[in-house]
Design a protein around this ligand. Structure first.
Ligand SMILES: [Zn+2]
Length: 322
């Protein structure tokens, strides 16, 4: 994500990331550019993938509604927006003590809904065809509103599978923005996924170190490695209909939305990016066994059924546990 330190605001920043990730064989990584007052012009209007923050989360990178509007007038690039109303968060901070245990209340559902409504107002003002997308949507109401106005969105595996009770149990290890919601909200979101109303599942992978979490209570959790097993586990017994939902949400729809040609489909002439899964394989998530460098997971010590056993990236086997 572009809100790292230092933020991703120039072509030098983009090139630095591309140089590092270009050496990684296992996955494709495409950096986001940050929409901010500091972002290099004309890169801001030309780079294909950007993220804007309407609520403060990691770092101090807040986009104003005017900045988003100006961007939308001048660009047709893909803009993913982190929707939380920052002024309402500040109000809630006065109401609730700014303590870890009130994290979910301080960033309550209305912060997301207000922010989405502001985004819709901006979109309605703009006449040219722009591609706004809402990142990590957490509420059934948000899903309904966004579907109605035709703005694309994604949901994380953790908002589909975990809830406030997990936050109460795990504390900082389940602290992210937007936060986990009630069990009823989580179940409604999952039901929407089963009704094919959620086009994309994206992890919002934020692999903060243990020190960053325990000492500085940083927001975000790792999710890339556990996304597939946690979802397969929840969907068991898996039939072809459910399998199609997962393939669409994790591969086909992101490919279409972000225009990643030659990725995400199995077909003659396409690049082979394949994951072979064993639906019966049961494995317990052990922190030390994770490939994720931060070596922790909210799924720690949970047994999940359904794991990848072989991955092929760009036609080459990159993981083989057969
Ligand atoms: Zn975000």
């Amino acid at each position: 994500m572009p809100n790292k330190t230092p933020p991703v605001v120039s072509s030098q920043d983009i090139n630095k990331i591309k140089e590092i990730v270009g050496k990684i064989d296992e996955v494709d990584i495409t950096p986001y550019l940050l929409l901010s007052e500091k972002t290099q012009i004309p890169l801001l209007y030309e780079y294909p993938f950007l993220k804007a923050y309407l609520g403060l989360t990691t770092g101090e990178y807040l986009a104003t509604e005017n900045e988003i509007e100006k961007f939308l007038v001048n660009s047709t690039s893909f803009l993913s927006v982190h929707c939380e109303d920052n002024s309402l968060i500040n109000e809630y901070k006065k109401e609730f003590v700014n303590e870890l245990k009130y994290h979910c209340e301080i960033r309550g559902p209305n912060t997301e809904l207000n922010s989405i409504n502001s985004l819709i107002k901006i979109k309605n003002k703009i006449k040219n065809k722009t591609s706004i997308h809402v990142a990590h949507t957490t509420l059934i109401k948000s899903v309904e509103i966004l579907r109605e106005v035709g703005i694309t969105f994604e949901v994380t595996p953790h908002h589909l599978l975990l809830n406030k009770k997990d936050f109460d149990r795990l504390g900082v290890w389940a602290k992210m923005n937007p936060p986990l919601r009630t069990k009823a909200e989580q179940e409604a979101l999952f039901a929407a996924f089963l009704r094919e109303e959620i086009p994309i599942i994206a992890t919002d992978h934020a692999p903060h170190t243990r020190e960053e979490k325990s000492e500085f209570f940083m927001n975000g959790i790792p999710g890339l490695e556990t996304a597939l097993p946690s979802l397969l586990n929840r969907l068991k017994p898996l039939n072809l209909t459910k399998m199609k939902l997962l393939v669409d949400a994790l591969a086909i729809n992101p490919r279409t939305l972000m225009n990643f040609q030659s990725k995400g489909v199995i077909s003659v002439g396409e690049i082979a990016d394949l994951t072979v899964i064993d639906l019966n394989l049961k494995r317990t998530v052990i922190n030390d066994d994770l490939f994720t460098k931060c070596k922790w997971s909210p799924w720690k010590d949970e047994e999940l059924q359904g794991w990848p056993v072989l991955t092929i990236h760009n036609g080459k086997i990159t993981y083989n546990d057969l």
